[in-house]
Design a protein around this ligand. Structure first.
Ligand code: NAD
Length: 316
């Protein structure tokens, strides 16, 4: 696909999930004539996320899918690969690595002969415990097997791109994404969602002692925008997608209180997690130069937009 052409045939794996469904619906709006196909096995996704979707859906487990049998010689402009086990507390090492990595390998093997553009979800969790903004050239330090599976995906993506210089493979290291269509995730849904729900239920928002942990919270609309921009990138690479700002849990509670018209004090609880990312912040230099990406939603703006979507006019 030439970068000025509109794509006409696209796949989104994990399209019934949180980011995938937002991406699918945004692609449908931006490219109304494109043929869209979602592949998802609904292990964590939900069909309700795709209300209004006009495309096809293949319900298959990507870790065992035979792409060639399913799609034959069909040509795609790009494959967005967002499907993944996303519960970071699933410590089944075989399942996490097998399902996440083999799904990606099968997709790469299908796309290699036609050099079909691949845009896949990596993760900020690959950076592990850090204290300052992360750049993509920093070494990986996965603290759990979920992050480890993403590091292996990055490794095989780099190797595949190096072996086929004409093939564009883009990894996106999403930071802490929040926004519409994440409720199905349950416990792994964002802190923004959980704290908002606690506040709406009249409870003090529960955060880990003493709320000074900082995260780069990115609104899903920015994550989607950055992902779509990868359709036009000219070279393979792995890029951070965040806001570039690290905001504390205490600040998040303040922002939620303002948006919801409440004044709850945080309820500080012990952190049960031995390995916890106390700090995440994206260095966006590369995302800016390669994708032309800039976050449009500061935490205040994203939370306001999201609360409006979740609770409508009651959000005040
Ligand atoms: N949400 C975040 O903050 C965040 C941060 C960093 C990276 N990511 C990555 O972004 C992607 C999307 O995450 P999300 O938050 O939308 O999670 P999600 O759980 O809502 O979406 C994942 C989707 O993939 C599907 N899926 C999983 N394994 C599959 C398989 N083997 N075959 C077919 N379908 C499968 C699930 O059913 C689900 O619909 C994931 O790759 C995730 O690792 C998310």
């Amino acid at each position: 696909m030439h970068s000025t052409d509109s794509p006409s045939n696209l796949i989104v794996t994990g399209g019934a999930g949180f980011i995938g469904s937002n991406l699918t619906l945004a692609l449908q709006e931006k490219f109304p004539d494109a043929r869209l196909t979602v592949i998802d096995d609904f292990r964590s996704g939900d069909f309700k996320n795709l209300a209004g979707y006009r495309g096809d859906l293949v319900a298959q487990n990507l870790a065992t899918l035979d792409w060639r049998e399913k799609f034959g010689d069909e040509q795609f402009d790009a494959i967005f690969h967002l499907a993944s086990i996303t519960d970071t507390t699933n410590h089944d090492q075989f399942e996490q690595v097998h399902d996440n990595v083999e799904s990606f390998r099968r997709l790469l093997n299908f796309a290699r002969p036609t050099t079909t553009r691949i845009i896949y979800a990596s993760s900020a969790s690959t950076y592990g415990a850090v204290t300052e903004a992360s750049t993509e050239s920093n070494g990986a330090a996965p603290a759990n097997v979920y992050s480890f599976s993403k590091v292996i995906m990055d490794n095989i993506a780099r190797r595949a791109a190096a072996e086929s210089p004409d093939w564009i493979i883009i990894g996106l290291r999403y930071f802490n994404v929040y926004g519409p269509r994440e409720a199905h995730k349950g416990v792994p849904a964002s802190m923004v969602y959980h704290l908002a729900q606690q506040i709406k239920a009249g409870q003090r928002p529960r955060i880990f002692k003493h709320g000074e942990q900082k995260r780069d919270f990115i609104y899903v609309k920015d994550a989607v925008e950055g992902s779509i921009r990868a359709l036009d990138a000219h070279t393979s690479g792995i890029y951070n997608l965040g806001t570039g700002e690290a905001r504390s849990f205490n600040e998040l509670v303040d922002v939620l209180n303002k948006c919801l018209g409440t004044s709850f004090q945080p309820d500080y609880i012990d952190n049960p997690h031995a390995h916890y990312q106390n700090f995440t912040q994206a260095d966006l230099t590369n995302a800016h130069s390669a994708l032309g990406y800039e976050a449009r939603f500061a935490l205040e703006d994203g939370v306001r937009d999201y609360m409006q979507w979740l609770y409508g006019s009651q959000a005040s």
